[in-house]
Ligand binder design. Structure first.
Ligand SMILES: O=C(O)CCC(=O)C(=O)O
Length: 283
């Protein structure tokens, strides 16, 4: 296979062409993909008509896979390595638990002691219009801060929760999530373990900073999220069936826009590669 790259935006992302993820990649092909992942933060593979097993096998080359114990309602009943991101209603007609997955800016598994290295999301059924995902480059966002701001935030820790939009939460799901995933403190500035670059680790699931009240923290959280999501740091992905998007959770953040017509089916499946342990519990 001859692998070529096409950049997706000025800020981040590259499409990898000439790869069939249904086949076992040689070490040299894997190394090229791994290098591209570190260089671009997001990789897009189009036209990958692969099975669940092949999706899992490719993902596993990047590290141990999460079995989604922190999100038990959303995992595939037969494949714990797959997380469902679907609006297909349940058999009893109730709304899907993952209908609103990702509707806040976040980095995957930041609310757990083992935040994710990267996620591989496969588009299976995509609305004809919309249902896009936006990604932002958190290394560039960090670099663009003033020296004064960098100094001020250097030692802060954000408290991450698994909470999502209120409209999303049935009260039993909220209670279950809170029990499974107690609030965890994560450094606001992290060093990417493979590139050595500093990155901002913030998002809309951060409730406050350690040692500060929510009222005190909110203006800074809001500022940093607004700063990190400026257009110059963004790539907006328009999904097609059989796309696989692989993002680096250590240096990017993303949001599912929900910009599609109610009633249209949107079904994707995700593997989550485990990262290195990070953060500490408060109690
Ligand atoms: O559905 C999407 O576009 C993104 C889903 C998401 O945020 C996630 O899998 O973490």
């Amino acid at each position: 296979m001859t692998i070529t790259l096409r950049r997706l935006s000025n800020a981040l992302g590259a499409e990898v062409q000439g790869v069939d993820l249904g086949k076992t990649l040689s070490n040299s092909e894997f190394d090229q993909i791994h290098r591209a992942f570190l260089d671009h933060g997001i990789l897009l593979f189009r036209d990958q008509e692969i099975t669940r097993e092949q999706h899992i096998a490719f993902s596993r080359r990047f590290g141990e896979l999460d079995t989604h114990d922190s999100l038990p309602r959303d995992r595939h009943p037969d494949y714990p390595e797959l997380l469902l991101v679907t609006n297909i209603p349940k058999a009893n007609g109730a709304p899907s638990d993952s209908k609103y997955t990702g509707h806040l800016w976040h980095s995957d598994m930041s609310f757990t002691p083992v935040p994710s290295l990267g996620s591989l999301l496969r588009g299976i059924t995509i609305p004809d219009v919309g249902g896009d995902t936006m990604f932002t480059n958190m290394a560039k966002a960090y670099d663009a801060l003033s020296d004064g701001m960098k100094k001020m935030i250097a030692d802060l820790h954000g408290i991450h929760t698994g909470t999502r939009k209120i409209a999303d939460l049935s009260s039993d799901r909220a209670a279950e999530q809170a029990k499974l995933n107690p609030p965890i403190a994560q450094p606001l500035v992290r060093v990417h373990p493979e590139t050595g670059r500093k990155t901002l680790y913030i998002g809309e699931k951060v409730s406050c900073f350690v040692g500060m009240t929510e009222e005190e923290s909110k203006p800074l959280i809001d500022y940093l999220v607004k700063h990190a999501t400026r257009p110059q740091f963004i790539y907006r992905h328009q999904w097609r069936t059989n796309d696989i998007v692989f993002w680096d959770n250590r240096c990017t953040m993303h949001i599912a826009l929900g910009d599609y017509e109610e009633g249209k089916i949107r079904h994707l499946e995700r593997t989550t590669v485990k990262g290195t342990p990070s953060g500490y519990f408060l109690q």
